[in-house]
Unconditional design. Sequence first.
Length: 172
Amino acid sequence: MRRQTSTCGVNPAGSSRSLRLDPHSLPVRFDAHDPRADGYTRQIELHRERVVLRRAVRGMQMAINVRVSDFTGVALRGADEAQALVLVHRDPSLSVPLLVGADGDELTQAWAMWSEIFALPQLDEGARKPAARRRRANAIRARRPKFLMRRRTAMTRELPVHREEREIIARN
């Protein structure tokens, strides 16, 4: 078996336009494009339960360890001719490309396999609408008892005034 490095004839995974990772051969390590990193590349280690992203930004080395359960799903992105399969994270800089530059039938099969292996949903980026904003807990509701929240406010009205009547006062 030949070594797959940049010095021999075989391109490492993720270095060329077409990236093809086998979901059944995990763990795998490959390089991907990162516009913010030094040298515009980052190294990705993909395991069944975690993803490790290594990159250098302005000379500072960093390794980010992310659980696979923290990803939102496996998405199909791109136009008809340049489609890609991506492991999508809420933070776009942590998203990981899985398959780039394949035909439609191969993409669909790989989409189902990656989704099944990671136990994540299949997301269609083209048809996906932005998620509705989560409702936050109301700060006032946390401070006031529920029965006060239900109570209706009384209508302001004038109280009756009794004139020229004797008051009855109970004394001890």
